[in-house]
Design a protein around this ligand. Structure first.
Ligand code: GAR
Length: 268
């Protein structure tokens, strides 16, 4: 049998996706095991799920560092390899109109928190990191250090909308309020932007006139619980390949798009 991959999970809440992934590992639908669960919030149900399954867990204190930055920034110790300019250039979360102070606060606090997070995570030697309802953006500081090879990303996220529509914190709510006839969910590798990395898989469902926000969420979540384990299993089988594809249009213009190809295991 193939080697089981080591999966780390970051969560912020109820962890129903985490549960679906743990169940898929336990029933061998994923050739893998969840080796840790990290949360940015204490006391959430997802941490209880980890505990019930004997999985190591920890809480990463985002709030404390952000408060310390606001109240006494001089007392914070920056990581030795912190480079504000480099991170500023790479980050793709804020446009040029965002006040300098806000971007600097984000980059600085994240690097401090993420340096500690990377240390905690390294202990568990994960092959893949999954964001399962983790409501924080990871910054380039973290992404570059976790993805040893930029061509071979290994941080996945699930988003409650058909990306690139409705990125952000309320995918189902935004889909519902817009009056969409179809909703869906997306699993993608993360990059420096918000919900903007290369797409691995999507599933969709119809939205009827008498649907409610709750019924839309229920339909969507039920699909998430199928989609995420399927995408993780493709990763475990070494079948995901991120490629830049180039096309020449009839008028001579060249366009490029990043695609996650699902290949036969032997092709990679
Ligand atoms: C899920 O719907 C997931 O797609 C969404 O949070 C929910 C977490 O539920 N994630 C995001 O919005 C990320 N931007 P869960 O904790 O029960 O898995």
């Amino acid at each position: 049998m193939a080697r089981k991959i080591r999966i780390g999970a970051l969560i912020s809440g109820s962890g129903t996706n985490l549960q679906a992934i743990i169940d898929a590992c336990e029933s061998n639908r994923i050739d893998g095991q969840v080796v840790f669960v990290g949360s940015d919030k204490a006391g959430v149900t997802g941490l209880e799920r980890a505990h019930r399954h004997g999985i190591a867990s920890f809480v990463s204190g985002y709030g404390a560092i952000i408060r310390q930055y606001q109240e006494a920034p001089g007392t914070l110790i920056l990581p030795a390899d912190f480079d504000l300019d480099e991170l500023w250039q790479k980050q793709n979360l804020f446009g040029p109109e965002t006040p300098r102070q806000k971007v600097e606060a984000f980059i600085t606090t994240r690097a401090i928190i993420e340096a500690e997070l990377l240390q905690k995570i390294a202990f568990f030697r994960p092959d893949l990191l999954i964001l399962a309802g983790f409501m924080r953006n990871l910054s380039p500081y973290f992404i570059d250090r976790f993805n040893n090879d930029p061509a071979d990303p290994r941080i996945m996220n699930i988003h409650p909308a058909l990306l690139p529509a409705f990125a952000g914190v309320d995918g189902y709510g935004d889909t519902f309020r817009y009056g969409c006839k179809i909703g869906g969910c997306t699993v993608h590798f993360i990059d420096y932007g918000e919900d903007s990395g290369p797409i691995i898989g999507q599933k969709s469902f119809p939205i009827a006139e008498d649907d409610t926000l709750d019924s839309v969420k229920q339909k969507g979540l039920a699909l998430e619980w199928q989609l995420y384990p399927e995408c993780i299993q493709l990763f475990a089988e070494n079948r995901l390949q991120t490629v830049l594809m180039t096309y020449t249009l009839d008028d001579g213009r060249v366009i490029q798009r990043r695609v996650v190809k699902i290949v036969q295991a032997a092709e990679k």
